[in-house]
Design a protein around this ligand. Sequence first.
Ligand code: PLP
Ligand code: TYF
Length: 394
Amino acid sequence: MLELLQPQPADKILALMQAFREDPRAGKIDLGVGVYKNAEGVTPVMRAIKAAEKTLWETETTKAYTGLAGDPAFSDAMIDLVLGTSVERARIAAVATPGGTGAIRQGFELIKWVNPEATVWLSAPTWPNHPSILKFLKMPLAEYRYFDDETRGVDFEGMLEDLAQVKAGDVVLLHGCCHNPTGANLTLAQWAEVIAVLQEVGAVPFVDIAYQGFGDGLEEDAAAVRMVASEMPECLIAASCSKNFGIYRERTGVLMAISEKADGQPLAQGSLAFLNRQNYSFPPDHGARLVTMILTDPALRADWEAELEEVRLGMLALREQLASELQRLSGSDRFGFLAQHRGMFSRLGTTPEMVEKLRADHAIYMVGDSRMNIAGLNAQTVPILAQAIVDAGI
Ligand code: PLP
Ligand code: TYF
């Protein structure tokens, strides 16, 4: 049997992470994988997580199974964080999943299960795991225009034109904030226009939110998903706790399914729990429990929010420093988009050959599509990157 397996292409982002580790050059700069790093290049355990872990160690009395949906208190806390009061609680079904990826995977399986013909529409470009999972599940997928290579902003007209072609019952996957890989995001006024088109064509939105708190703030970053959830009859949401709680390896996420009416919720809830059972029975608990403790304890929550805000403002300062350094060195405003983009990533907008040249000549690692992880920089490396970009003639 096993001899029938075919080798599969490597995940380019993870392959880059490995290549960086193996590069012996001093002063190498890692702008690859999307993991937050502080100015010392460390991905710290957040203070509130450490405090919650200590309390958990002291107070946890059992590690017996939770439930197929995970601990309902985790779902409640995450619904509150992501959706606030935008949607009637009784309409929302939710289950814990292994990370945001697990939520996306479960969401895709739910779509395939109920409507195998539904096409899932992805932004061009998007996080590579979106198309990869859809292809693996043999689900129909299509792309809508999203990024404008010239302006490095959103090609909004193209996006609306493409979304107008979506068939009723198709699913449109949207990044809730901090678009990966481009860093270019819709304004709230543009979200309202997108929602109007989705309503008109009868599409189901699936919002992937993996960076809440990394863009404009916890509440601000949730504004779009709240607008979608409150105005569309139905909606799926995959939320990740990996980045904003810094618990990448704990695999903590949630899948929400919002039914048109509250009487549809029990069926959706039962179906999500059933899907969990088919794939792994019970979702991981440790990270979910820490998140619940933090979100429901006022002191822990305040400390978490304060640290997250430091992280967010640090990335924003790096964006501004890089944009102004590039303006100074190039004498042009063409890199101003770096200060406009939000989240961890910006797409520089250059060729794979230039990306390779930066790696070979300067030990600067970015993804082949010229996506940079801004958090991989610090105040000392920003001028080095800016000089390398200008020297390469980008
Ligand atoms: N969605 C997007 C857009 C992402 O960038 C990520 C990144 O890791 C995820 C989902 C899933 O994250 P995780 O599975 O680590 O929670
Ligand atoms: O886009 C990124 O870099 C993050 C981390 O298979 C990541 O989302 C990258 C690849 C992958 C899983 C997570």
